[in-house]
Design a protein around this ligand. Structure first.
Ligand code: IMP
Ligand code: MG
Length: 181
């Protein structure tokens, strides 16, 4: 793929899939006897969601929500807008939100409040990646795939200016070292 050779490997495909299998088993246990609504945040979480639901052995429905945060390509502004809403109400449902990455937490804090106002029976949050060093808002994360350092990552759904989502692994762009002092 054009440009893909510029990326350093952070998490290879087999590690991603192994971790997703574990998360699927955990979610299956935790929601025994329940009927789940899995809510994916477009577009980045699509890849993770489709792999994850195939590892969850429960009756479930899927729905999707589009969010857009104003700001530049690599920083979240915290001003979030719903660009595409869920297709059905979630009142009295057990909802599992699936995100690609939690960075500052601002996007998820907004989403959580918005969804809680719709009165689900329960709301849990699952993210493939978490970058705790940038936290501005603490949001309870029930399932975290990998905790990573403060690097801008792409691949497996994550984009830089809408590109590189289709890399099968998670990589990062090596930045030039800042001069010492
Ligand atoms: P937050 O509001 O700062 O937590 O950012 C959440 C959103 O910013 C994610 O859903 C991503 O769309 C985007 N984002 C944050 N960090 C990265 C990254 O390292 N690579 C690609 N997108 C990112
Ligand atoms: Mg996102």
């Amino acid at each position: 793929m054009e440009g893909a050779d510029r990326f350093q490997m952070l998490i290879p495909e087999d590690r991603i899939q192994a971790r997703i299998a574990e998360m699927g088993r955990q979610i299956t246990q935790d929601f025994q006897g329940r009927d789940l609504v899995v809510v994916g945040v477009l577009k980045g979480a699509i890849f993770f969601l489709t792999d994850l639901v195939r590892r969850i052995d429960l009756p479930l429905a899927m729905d999707f929500l589009g969010l857009s945060s104003y700001g530049d390509a690599t920083e979240s502004s915290g001003v979030v807008r719903i660009t595409q809403d869920l297709s059905r109400p979630i009142v009295d449902q057990d909802v599992l939100v699936v995100e690609d990455i939690v960075d500052t937490g601002l996007t998820l804090a907004f989403l959580r409040e918005n969804l809680l106002a719709r009165r689900p029976r329960s709301l849990r949050i699952c993210t493939l990646l978490h970058k705790p060093s940038n936290t501005l808002r603490e949001v309870p994360l029930d399932y975290v795939g990998f905790t990573i350092e403060n690097r801008f990552v792409v691949g497996y759904g994550l984009d830089y200016e809408q590109r590189y989502r289709n890399l099968p692994y998670i990589g990062y762009l090596p930045l030039p070292q800042a001069p010492a002092g």
